[in-house]
Design a protein. Structure first.
Length: 225
């Protein structure tokens, strides 16, 4: 059973997401919160598998709540998925750098939303292909200094052939399951390739791995996987 905490200052938004989640046999909403402070208290008490957290909230915003969750070793098993009304804005990198497992817009299709919850619960980073493309379009030409890891290019030489293939596919927005299907390997092996590549390239999260793939020239904007 995937245990979820819903965090949004708008009751209507929370009720809509809860209605979707409550229909699923393998997902249970264990609590709701209206701000980041309440989120921290509930997450610390209940240790859910996934926390769906709005970015802009009173008292404490979602990014600060996510940062505190990620910094607490006792909450290492809690996967935070950020929610926003916006398709792409300055909050994307802030959220992912804070330790979020993914980033979703609130007008996402119900089936994609449910898939996202399950992906996050497995511990896989969640970055939708459309979001990845917009992220690359905005940041590859002028990448934030905080994401341009020192010596990241030299780390490419350490990647195995399979790790390179996995990084290229991740840079095009494919999930671990999709990478596994494309490379004819298991999802666990695909995840291992991505994790090892992140270590070798000193990438702190999947978003940074994607940016480094483009910055290094491993992937060229506009190409297909």
């Amino acid at each position: 059973m995937i245990r979820v905490v819903l965090v949004d200052d708008q009751p209507l938004i929370r009720s809509g997401f809860r209605a979707l989640l409550d229909l699923e046999d393998d997902i249970e909403v264990v609590a709701e919160a209206a701000d980041g402070q309440e989120c921290l208290a509930l997450v610390g008490e209940l240790l859910p598998d996934v926390a769906l957290v709005d970015i802009q909230m009173p008292v404490m915003d979602g990014i600060e709540a996510t940062r505190r969750i990620a910094a607490d070793p006792a909450l290492a098993a809690v996967h935070v998925v950020m929610l926003t009304n916006y398709g792409m804005d300055e909050y994307v990198f802030d959220a992912l750098r804070a330790g979020a497992a993914g980033f979703l817009v609130k007008d996402i299709l119900p089936e994609d939303f449910l898939h996202a919850v399950r992906v996050a619960a497995r511990g896989d980073a969640l970055l939708a292909p459309a979001l990845t493309r917009r992220l690359i379009d905005r940041y590859v030409t002028q990448p934030p200094r905080t994401l341009a890891g020192d010596g990241s290019g030299s780390g490419l030489a350490e990647l195995t052939g399979r790790e390179r293939e996995a990084v290229v596919l991740a840079a095009h927005g494919l999930s671990n399951d999709e990478i596994a299907h494309r490379l004819v390997i298991s999802p666990a092996t695909a995840k291992t390739h991505i994790n090892r590549a992140m270590t070798k390239l000193h990438a702190r999260d999947r978003a940074q791995l994607v940016v480094l793939a483009y910055e290094s020239g491993l992937v060229t904007p506009g190409t297909s996987p």
